[in-house]
Write a protein that binds this ligand. Structure first.
Ligand code: MTE
Ligand code: MO
Length: 200
């Protein structure tokens, strides 16, 4: 009897996959950047958490890389309609980074080198839903894909996964980031097809 178990082979064929509405599968890894790739040297790199008035936490590359990290395999969905399955990353979860930043502020603005920003509710980055990733497919994250480190929030459209991330600001109210100010959806759930601000 030839019974092929999907769980056993660990692979999914296109027929097995349910994609978010309006998405197609790609196997390559398109580069989408609103501006030039900022090149940040590791000895100048830092990641900070602030609340708009003061810096609450700060890591340099060395202290960041000493944090516990994990390998994550996730599907990603770009608002330009490509989806890529089972991408493999290594990163530090936001749970680790936010661990002793006790706060009653429920929104975040992620900030990148090169000035990109994107907003997220705090609840969407905790409980193993978001990481600061520094490896893709076992190799250091390439600069065009956001290296040295990028945000990875796979359950939302990929514009939320800020490349070249340098920190986050805790906020009491939700505020649009770069693409959200230009007409993209404030939240961006691919399963509800929240592409543009008019989409419910
Ligand atoms: N800093 C920064 N992050 C960014 C972007 C950007 O222009 N600048 N583009 C976003 C968009 S629209 C997408 S789809 C993904 C693309 O990531 P990739 O180039 O690694 O595929 O990065 C997101 N993060
Ligand atoms: Mo995108």
């Amino acid at each position: 009897m030839a019974i092929i178990s999907r769980g056993f082979s660990g692979r999914r064929s296109a027929a097995d996959v349910k994609l978010p509405p309006g998405q197609y599968l790609t196997t390559d890894f398109p580069v989408l950047s609103a501006g030039p790739t900022p090149h940040v040297s590791l000895d100048r790199w830092e990641f900070t958490i602030d609340d708009s008035s003061k810096v609450l936490k700060r890591w340099n590359w060395k202290s960041f890389r000493e944090l516990p990290s994990e390998t994550i395999t996730v599907d990603i969905h770009c608002v330009t309609r490509w989806s890529k399955l089972a991408t493999s990353w290594e990163g530090v979860s936001l749970d680790v980074l936010l661990a002793d930043a006790k706060t009653d502020l429920s929104y975040l603005m992620f900030r990148s080198y090169g000035d990109y920003t994107t907003n997220l509710p705090l609840k969407d980055v905790i409980n193993k839903k978001a990481w600061i990733a520094f490896k893709f497919d076992g190799a250091d994250l390439a600069p065009e894909h956001g290296g040295p480190a990028r945000l990875l929030v796979p359950h939302l459209y990929f514009w939320k996964s800020a490349k070249w991330v340098k920190g986050l600001t805790l906020m009491s109210h939700n505020k649009p980031g770069f693409w959200e100010s230009l007409g993209y959806h404030i939240y961006g759930d691919p399963w509800r097809e929240e592409r543009y601000s008019g989409d419910e």
